[in-house]
Design a protein around this ligand. Structure first.
Ligand SMILES: Cc1cc2nc3c(=O)[nH]c(=O)nc-3n(C[C@H](O)[C@H](O)[C@H](O)COP(=O)(O)OP(=O)(O)OC[C@H]3O[C@@H](n4cnc5c(N)ncnc54)[C@H](O)[C@@H]3O)c2cc1C
Length: 452
């Protein structure tokens, strides 16, 4: 029997890696973890957490404005201090980095700082030192993808958005995915003049079509200049910042150009080839249903291998691996009805199938949809509207799609996701008493299906 330094060695101290290391150690395994940058990975340092903090910051601008309709007279126009927000955010992120370090330490995980490379199926090398383990887990996440475009050195990616200096008065966002939409909304709320370019006819590919149109309209009403069917072809440095040339020759000046044009798995410089780990057609680590790569002792979870790039998915995948290796045994993760939110202003919350996907998968569906001005905005003076939609499989009456654009959509949809995973029918929704007055009650009071 070969002896190893560790039972499990994890590469990457982000969402998936830290969860796997900590949980494996709590099961009594000897665990090592290598992290090349800050603990917490994308989510903590340049993703979910700082993004949501900035979304809150942008929300205050709306609240100050709306408060006038409720009788508040502000002594003077509120001033936004970008430098202060950045400092506060950095402090909180540093605190979280420390929390992650303590979690690892307290569970007995050996933390190795530095860039890790696979040497073979049981060996990882960090700064010239070799660590062996019975099992290896690659959880190295992903990184922004920027297409080859002339002048790409003048653009930034989402990683840089949290620490921009100075605050970009004119922000050009290229991209139509959730990260592009969130940054467009957030910086618009913080006071930037935001233009968002997307090469397709609608934002947010993969989301329900009605929701996509609705949210683009609401973002536009809130001040984001959303331009669709348009492509940036080059960027040059002008006297006052980057100048972006569009496919039709038009030019846009900006202080900052953000390319939010997708993400790619972090597989470079990892020694994957040396270890014989195969990649799939997306360039991600190919894994089976148990997250095992083509090398039986090497596993991969999170953005480096998954198709659903969300922190809770990375955590759940990590738990499946730990349970299989050190816990109660193999089990499969169910990817159906994963709820998600997009922190545009207004927010998006969604769970289950889009109307089109539901028709393809379940046959005939009934669609219930509602659009209204929430009670809050009767006095606030804001023209923002709320959108809700249910997609119901006709044969079983099961609610298979639930979509919302409106305040706190993520908070609302999380609860409904439990009901949907439990197989809740439309009749069950209808028999549930609403909470009045809320926007959420609309989900249990929609009675008339859309025609067709
Ligand atoms: C702007 C933005 C907003 C997002 N918002 C949300 C959100 O609201 N909700 C949500 O669920 N998800 C969100 N995500 C996605 C979420 O951040 C990722 O799905 C999640 O972080 C993936 O976790 P992971 O463990 O796979 O990788 P990561 O968290 O990226 O961790 C990978 C870690 O591996 C380290 N590493 C890489 N290579 C090496 C190496 N060779 N040696 C040592 N260490 C290495 C990296 O430094 C990093 O710390 C967002 C992402 C972005 C970019």
């Amino acid at each position: 029997m070969p002896t190893f330094d560790f039972d499990l060695f994890v590469i990457g101290g982000g969402s998936g890696g830290v969860r796997a290391a900590r949980m494996a150690a709590q099961q009594g395994a000897r665990v090592g973890l290598a992290e090349a940058a800050e603990l917490g990975g994308t989510c903590v340092n340049v993703g979910c957490i700082p993004k949501k903090l900035y979304s809150y910051a942008a929300g205050y601008a709306e609240s100050f404005e709306e408060s006038a309709g409720y009788g508040w007279k502000l002594p003077e126009a509120p001033q936004f201090d970008w430098a202060y927000l950045k400092t506060q955010r950095a402090k909180e992120i540093t605190r979280l980095n420390g929390v992650y370090a303590s979690l690892l330490k307290n569970s007995g995980v050996t933390l190795v700082t530095g860039w890790a490379q696979l040497a073979d199926g049981h060996t990882v090398e960090v700064d010239g030192k070799r660590h062996t383990a019975r099992h290896l887990l690659v959880a190295t996440g992903g990184t922004p993808f920027v297409p080859e475009i002339p002048g790409r050195e003048h653009i930034v990616t989402s990683d840089a958005m949290f620490d921009l200096s100075p605050f970009p008065k004119r922000l050009l966002v290229v991209g139509g995915g959730y990260i592009a939409c969130e940054f467009a909304s957030i910086f618009n709320g913080l006071g930037a003049k935001v233009t968002q370019l997307h090469r397709r006819a609608h934002l947010l590919t993969g989301f329900d079509d009605d929701l996509r149109q609705f949210v683009a309209h609401e973002m536009g009403k809130a001040g984001v200049d959303v331009r669709l069917n348009i492509e940036a072809t080059s960027i040059a440095r002008g006297p006052n910042g980057p100048v972006v040339t569009l496919a039709r020759g038009q030019q846009i000046d900006a202080d900052t150009v953000l390319f939010a044009t997708g993400r790619v798995p972090n597989t470079q410089g990892l020694g994957l080839e040396a270890a014989g780990v195969a990649l799939d057609e997306r360039g991600a680590i190919a894994v089976d249903a148990n997250y095992r790569s083509s090398v039986p002792s090497i596993y991969a979870v999170g953005d480096v291998s998954t198709r659903v790039q969300l922190t809770p998915v990375a955590l759940a995948e990590a738990m499946v691996v730990v349970d299989a290796l050190f816990g109660q045994g193999k089990r499969a993760l169910d990817y159906e009805f994963i709820p998600t939110a997009v922190f545009t202003h207004p927010n998006i919350g969604t769970c289950g199938y889009t109307e089109i996907d539901a028709r393809a998968r379940f046959g005939e569906v009934a669609v219930f949809s509602s659009e209204f001005k929430s009670l809050r905005h009767t006095l606030s003076g804001r023209g923002e509207r709320t959108f809700m939609k249910l997609v119901v499989q006709k044969a079983t009456d099961r609610v298979v799609g639930l979509h919302m654009v409106g305040a706190d959509a993520g908070e609302i949809v999380q609860g409904f996701a439990v009901a949907m995973r439990a197989g809740a029918t439309k009749a069950l929704f209808d028999s549930t008493v609403g909470i009045h007055p809320t926007a959420a009650e609309e989900f249990v009071t929609m009675r008339e299906p859309m025609p067709g």
